[in-house]
Design a protein. Structure first.
Length: 397
């Protein structure tokens, strides 16, 4: 009963997280495009940055943007903030349900660092808060006035976070935390900078004063960062289903390739939306493609099964599975973290092993995703022997 309720809770939170993320990402992409599409036209007032004409749903729209702010405001002003807040909140609740409540199984890897669940949770939450503080200080520093150096510093911050997570948490949890780290920077920017600055600007206008241009510039800078970090954060959101990406010694390189490549791809797409890639857009697209090829190449190289040598009989394969897999993957799991086999996968019978042979190969031979946190101490030699049995066709004799 409890397992079913937790599964439903996880599913509903994941559903909500995806839906509100779509709303946030869509709004972010729209406004970045809108900023880039503005054009100054003859006869426009000097206070306008430009306007943009759009057609959608059978109608025409005209959007104008002021350089600083209009002289007055209408009674109805549309704000965009709850999409960001709800994306982060639903994501954090999902993190708590899956990785905090299941810390022993999903968050902790005792081969990396022997942590109590509360210690792992403190490291998780503390790193998210600490990452935001460092990022905010970088943006407010003198470095924050220079786009290129600031981008490099933010990339270095994310790289440091990835190294930290991959050093202390399970591989799956580490990759997910890189996404949570980036998502926290993005949502906190909306909560602590973008919306407060906009509120100050509105209050100044209501009082008949001109807002400080620095408020808008700071908000736009954070919004631009959010736009370029969107594709990487979505990748990390969905990466947990693909152990060949996150569970090996080169996972740190793939993580950084995704961060850089996702930002470059977003830049290329933004250029293309405005009528053509141009030289910079083409270079960005080429860089993103090169990083994608690198990441895929690393994964393809990893899919070469380790050499075991000699024939492996079913009895030996079954003994390895019994020693390292069936404490969780059984009708009545012995592992205290599970009341039923994860994802309904049991490996107790010969037929079970043959049926799930490819999943075993991906999870325990080509990657170290299983056993979770390698609690049972599965050796490379055992992984190689299990892979050899599967390569032989998973015979049952």
């Amino acid at each position: 009963m409890t397992a079913a309720l937790l599964e439903w809770l996880e599913l509903l939170l994941r559903w909500a997280h995806v839906m509100v993320a779509i709303l946030w990402i869509g709004i972010s992409f729209l406004f970045i495009w809108l900023d880039d599409s503005l054009r100054r036209r003859p006869g426009q007032p000097g206070g306008l940055a430009g306007d943009s004409w759009l057609v959608h749903g059978g109608g025409f729209y005209r959007a104008e943007k002021y350089r600083l702010a209009p002289e007055g405001l209408p009674a109805e002003l549309h704000w965009f903030r709850y999409e960001a807040y709800l994306t982060w909140l639903s994501g954090f609740l999902l993190l708590a349900v899956v990785y905090y409540l299941g810390a022993e199984a999903y968050l902790i890897d005792r081969a990396k660092l022997d942590l109590a669940p509360w210690q792992a949770i403190v490291l998780s939450t503390g790193s998210l808060v600490g990452g935001w503080v460092v990022y905010d200080l970088l943006c407010r520093s003198l470095l924050g006035r220079r786009t290129g150096p600031l981008a490099a510093a933010v990339f270095a911050l994310i790289a440091a976070a990835a190294y930290f997570y991959l050093s202390v948490f399970s591989d799956r949890a580490a990759f997910l935390h890189v996404g949570a780290f980036i998502g926290t920077l993005m949502a906190a920017s909306v909560f602590f900078v973008i919306i407060p600055n906009q509120k100050v600007a509105v209050a100044e206008l209501m009082a008949g004063r001109r807002p400080d241009p620095a408020l808008g510039e700071a908000a736009k800078q954070r919004s631009l960062h959010n736009n370029y970090l969107t594709l990487p954060v979505v990748f990390f959101m969905i990466s947990g289903h693909y152990p060949l990406v996150f569970s090996h010694e080169w996972s740190w390189a793939i993580a950084l390739a995704i961060v850089a490549g996702g930002a470059l791809a977003r830049h290329a797409w933004a250029r293309m939306e405005l009528g053509g890639l141009g030289s910079w857009g083409g270079a960005a697209l080429g860089g993103a493609a090169a990083l994608a090829v690198l990441a895929i190449g690393v994964t393809a190289w990893r899919t070469q099964s380790p050499s075991a040598g000699g024939t492996v009989r079913f009895a030996e394969a079954r003994a390895i599975v019994a020693a390292h897999c069936t404490s969780c993957h059984a009708a009545d799991p012995a592992h205290r973290g599970f009341a039923e086999p994860p994802r309904g996968v049991a490996l107790e019978t010969p037929q079970d092993m043959r049926h799930h042979a490819e999943a075993i190969r991906r999870q325990a031979v080509l990657s170290h995703a299983m056993p979770l946190g390698n609690e049972t101490g599965m050796t490379e030699a055992e992984r190689a022997r299990l892979g050899a049995w599967i390569a032989q066709g998973a015979p049952l004799d």
